[in-house]
Design a protein around this ligand. Structure first.
Ligand code: UDP
Ligand code: MG
Length: 161
């Protein structure tokens, strides 16, 4: 009997693990950045995201303190633009969101375009709305792992649908 129960637990555990991996690859994290919220582009950018087939699993309008921005971008702490980036990211409201779609991380990076809007492909969100390489309208996670970490920075499990 005990062996059967153990076997069942192992089966459920393996299934949960698979489900977690499947969920991770289907989700990404985004922020609409201060230049875009300030310019009144929030609604248009959300429309573009939904039109591209992403569904919104969590979303909030908020403002980062300088310390919040420094913590969020800690991976970039050694890069020369860290000071400018964290000041800019805490200068006005942002909209944080968790998005779901097949191949979410890569497809969202394609939708937003290159970091530098001068190099972003025509039709991408950054080509259309970004002001500069720093004030580039939107953030998009670069991996499934970072999507999960960044989403958890803003949202508790209870806030994610
Ligand atoms: N950034 C900047 N100057 C640079 C490169 C990046 O100000 O030379 C800012 C920009 O806002 C960018 C963010 O730092 O979105 C994070 O940089 P990353 O290289 O991760 O670009 P992303 O993944 O956002 O395209
Ligand atoms: Mg990045």
């Amino acid at each position: 009997m005990n062996r059967l129960v153990n076997k069942e637990f192992r089966r459920i555990f393996a299934l949960q693990k698979q489900t977690k991996i499947a969920m991770a690859t289907n989700r990404t994290f985004t922020m609409i950045k201060p230049d875009a919220t300030d310019a009144g582009h929030t609604g248009k950018i959300i429309d573009r995201i939904i039109d591209a087939g992403f569904s919104i699993k969590a979303m909030k309008w908020t403002k980062l303190s300088l310390a919040d921005a420094q913590a969020f971008y800690e991976v970039h702490a050694e890069r020369p633009f860290y000071g400018e980036l964290t000041e800019y990211m805490s200068s006005a409201p942002i909209v944080a969101a968790i998005l779901e779609k097949d191949n979410a991380v890569a497809d969202f990076r394609t939708l937003i375009g290159a970091t530098n809007p001068a190099e972003a492909a025509p039709g991408t969100i950054r080509a259309e709305f970004a002001e500069s390489i720093a004030a580039n309208a939107v953030h998009g996670s670069d991996s499934d792992e970072n999507a999960a970490i960044e989403g958890a920075f803003y949202f508790s499990a209870r806030e994610m649908s």
